[in-house]
Design a binder for this molecule. Structure first.
Ligand code: SAM
Ligand code: SF4
Length: 469
């Protein structure tokens, strides 16, 4: 990876180019749409003009052709695996004023809460007992007296909490933008992905909804991944908060961001998240988002992303309800959260934490219920953390993913980590459904991959833990 510090610049978001690309795409013929879909099926991704062509599809038959192409790409690259994680909110203190978020500084309706390290450890124990292996650390932008060290201590607490039943093996982080030096410290603390959403790439809207604190600075935020990558963090996750501005504009701006990172660092984002605004305590904007994204457009967004950036993971959170989540799995989603709480202390205290939570969740099922549902739908719930622990990140990951070699690792690892879950944590009914799925997969996995999977699974059956290639 090229780690020379790039000149911070947000020029890569070019609103004029976005408008012109959108205008041109409105005149696309069905033949042009089919041409784009056939290119997407080559697994080479799409440029902004091609993304715009797909965004303009209205015709039901063409839409179905696009969904079929997305299902094809999803299946080719990710098979039936879905990686599971849980968010871990450690503090809802915040100095910013984002009009859509319950954590905003001026919100007096929210009960404020910052977890101590002991409380963080308690949360982690609950997640370990549920069977989770990956967490996403989340916080508002204001830390207790020790400042940024609070985050570093929290990471250490999460990785070092063990209770005999397991451990958290990968911690991803979604916290406010940092300096290059702070990112270096984050890297030294062994984070997985650094994730941050631009919220909106539209400057005018950005200024309207961020009226206080460091987050007011669009450029500081939009250049954050340049700083993270300069510091050597090569798995970064981007996203837009859908509902703030026109989703078509955001999709093309996101393409510009991706291309900028590819140009500067030789690799684009590891993941893209697609949060839609949900109701939040003390936020009238969240009750009535200015640019609501319909369920139909939401599915379109997932499918187009899958076709545009085939090797970038797509994350679906529990903001969405179970039905919407299910509908997006086959269209391209590769990672999902499950059993989530978005209030600090929400796992260990399990009471009614609504007045401390960031927004209203749409999927309230437990991890075990989600695992059972996935298995019964034919998806393999994966708890794999192998790539990051073996240094297969950033460009190295893409070098394996693009020629299709990553499957040799992911497919067996998904099964071994799934079986570890089934044997260690699952309810009887879940185990039954899951075992059927594991056995079916073992029988159908071809050649060398099948052999590796059978070996890993046999080791897990002998009670060996954390088995991966
Ligand atoms: N405070 C940091 C920040 O703003 O980047 C990091 C964590 S913030 C708690 C995580 C994300 O939650 C934000 O980037 C935003 O996209 C999302 N969010 C905030 N309010 C939301 C709402 N009402 N519905 C859905 N997502 C929301
Ligand atoms: Fe604070 Fe992040 Fe919420 Fe904005 S989105 S108010 S920065 S926690």
């Amino acid at each position: 990876m090229n780690i020379t510090a790039p000149k911070p610049s947000s020029n890569f978001i070019n609103e004029t180019a976005i408008r012109s690309t959108l205008d041109t795409a409105r005149r696309s013929s069905p033949a042009r749409v089919r041409e784009v879909l056939s290119k997407a099926r080559q697994l080479e991704g799409l440029d902004a003009g091609e993304v715009a062509v797909l965004m303009e599809i209205q015709d039901a038959a063409l839409m179905e052709e696009m969904f079929a192409a997305a299902r094809f790409v999803k299946d080719e690259i990710y098979g039936n695996r879905l990686v599971l994680f849980a968010p871990l909110y450690i503090s809802n203190l915040c100095k910013n004023e984002c009009s859509y978020c319950a954590f905003r500084a001026a919100n007096t309706e929210l009960q404020r809460r910052t977890l101590t390290q002991a409380e963080i450890a308690k949360e982690v124990e609950v997640l370990i007992n549920q069977g989770h292996k990956r967490v996403l650390l989340v916080a508002g932008e204001s830390y207790p007296h020790e400042g940024f060290d609070y985050i570093l201590k929290a990471l250490n607490t999460i990785y070092s909490t063990k209770n005999g039943r397991g451990e958290i093996r990968r911690v991803n982080v979604n916290i406010a933008p940092l300096t290059v030096e702070q990112f270096r410290q984050l890297k030294d603390a062994h984070i997985g992905t650094y994730q941050l959403f631009q919220e909106t790439y539209h400057r005018e809207t950005y200024a309207k909804v961020h009226t206080l604190g460091a987050k007011k600075n669009f450029d500081w935020r939009v250049n954050v991944m340049d700083r993270a990558m300069t510091a050597g963090i090569d798995d970064v996750g981007i996203g837009v908060l859908f509902g703030l501005y026109d989703w078509k504009f955001e999709m093309l701006a996101m393409q510009q961001h991706i291309h900028h990172l590819e140009e500067q660092f030789g690799v684009g984002p590891h993941t893209i998240s697609v949060p839609r605004i949900e109701p939040a305590v003390g936020s009238s904007l969240a009750e009535r988002p200015p640019h609501v994204v319909s369920d139909a457009d939401f599915k379109k967004i997932v499918a187009i992303l899958r076709l545009a950036v085939p090797y970038t993971g797509i994350i679906m959170s529990t903001r969405e309800n179970a039905d919407t989540r299910r509908a997006t799995f086959q269209l391209g989603v590769s990672q999902i959260s499950a059993g989530s709480r978005c209030n600090p202390g929400g796992y260990a205290e399990c009471g009614d934490g609504h007045n401390a939570e960031q927004f209203q969740l749409g999927d309230h099922r437990s991890l075990d219920e989600v695992v059972r549902d996935l298995a019964s739908l034919g998806y393999t719930p994966s708890f794999c953390t192998a790539c990051y622990r073996l240094g297969r990140t950033g460009a190295d990951f893409m070098d394996l993913a693009k020629p299709g070699l990553i499957k040799e690792h992911c497919s067996p690892n998904a099964l071994s980590s799934c079986l570890e879950y089934l044997m260690g944590y699952a309810a009887a009914e879940t185990r039954q459904v899951g075992e059927k799925l594991v056995n079916r997969e073992l029988q159908t996995m071809p050649g060398a991959i099948g052999k590796t999977a059978n070996e890993l699974v046999a080791r897990v059956r002998q009670n060996e833990k954390d088995v991966f290639v």
